[in-house]
Design a protein around this ligand. Structure first.
Ligand SMILES: Nc1ncnc2c1ncn2[C@@H]1O[C@H](COP(=O)(O)OP(=O)(O)OP(=O)(O)O)[C@@H](O)[C@H]1O
Ligand SMILES: [Mg+2]
Length: 253
């Protein structure tokens, strides 16, 4: 039924020809989805030759996608491709200006499927993002003590936000850590209870009707914030710069 297939072609028909290699050898959508590998020595024209030709063909064919820009001029290159193929309106740029953001924790909480919103998965996701950023900026510490102390801090910040509000983002976690009691005296001060987000979330979580496991998690996290955290020495308290993060890239939609 070859004729039927060609006449009733859907926009993303896998047999659609996306590019003619050397002007004569067809490459179909299916073949592109199966993977493309461009070989060549350093500076041999991989990006400006085959790379550019395929990128334009993808954009012309209406593809969406995520382009990660490791090289400095990569964004300008893709802006040019978008212009040349009439796709400038589809370009969303994620950069330090913060015009667009990807709320990765929110996404992990709300996504379909098993394990969504689990504290351990959120901790792992946060740690992965943090490690990638600190590797890039060279601010990371390879000491396993810090890594485990940080995971404990993150786990407790996540549990507190999730139990009290059912959601969280990086700014909220940051605020919980910033407003956590720095000493037993501060914890016992009524001013701290009035002003601190950490205290507010503890007060919000307590009256909630919770199942026995969540109740257990809440007890653990409350005792971390009220008993353990105020007694850790200043030196070993976690470095808050973890929250100053940025991920660059461009997305076509
Ligand atoms: N056929 C060609 N003739 C002359 N110059 C070319 C040709 N193809 C590419 N160049 C030039 O060579 C330089 C390197 O090309 P390009 O960046 O595409 O290589 P690459 O293989 O992607 O390199 P890298 O390995 O660094 O990613 C560019 O300045 C490009 O304009
Ligand atoms: Mg290249």
């Amino acid at each position: 039924m070859e004729t039927t297939r060609t006449t009733t072609r859907k926009p993303f028909d896998l047999d659609q020809v996306i590019y003619l290699l050397d002007g004569k050898y067809p490459i179909t959508l299916r073949q592109f989805f199966e993977g493309v590998q461009i070989f060549g020595g350093i500076g041999s024209g991989k990006t400006s030759g085959s790379g550019a030709a395929f990128a334009r063909a993808f954009l012309k064919a209406g593809f969406g996608g995520l382009v990660l820009c490791a090289k400095k001029d990569e964004l300008a290159t893709w802006q040019r491709y978008a212009e040349e193929t009439g796709r400038s309106d589809s370009l969303l740029i994620f950069d330090a200006s913060g015009k667009h953001r990807f709320p990765f924790l929110q996404y992990e909480i709300e996504r379909e499927g098993e394990g969504a919103g689990y504290t351990e998965n959120l901790v792992r996701l946060f740690m992965t993002v943090h490690e990638a950023i600190s590797r890039r900026s060279g601010t990371g510490s390879s000491d396993p003590y810090w890594s485990s102390a940080m995971q404990q801090l993150m786990r407790n910040a996540i549990d507190l936000c999730m139990i009290a509000r059912g959601t969280l983002d990086v700014a909220m976690m940051h605020q919980v850590v910033r407003s956590a009691p720095q000493s037993i005296a501060e914890r016992d001060d009524s001013k701290w209870w009035e002003k601190s987000l950490c205290a507010k979330l503890i007060s919000e979580a307590h009256p909630k009707k919770l199942d026995k496991w969540t109740e257990y998690d809440l007890d653990t996290t409350v005792s971390y914030w009220l008993d353990e955290y105020p007694t850790i020495s200043d030196r070993s308290r976690y470095n808050r710069s973890v929250f100053a993060s940025g991920i660059r890239g461009a997305v076509f939609h």
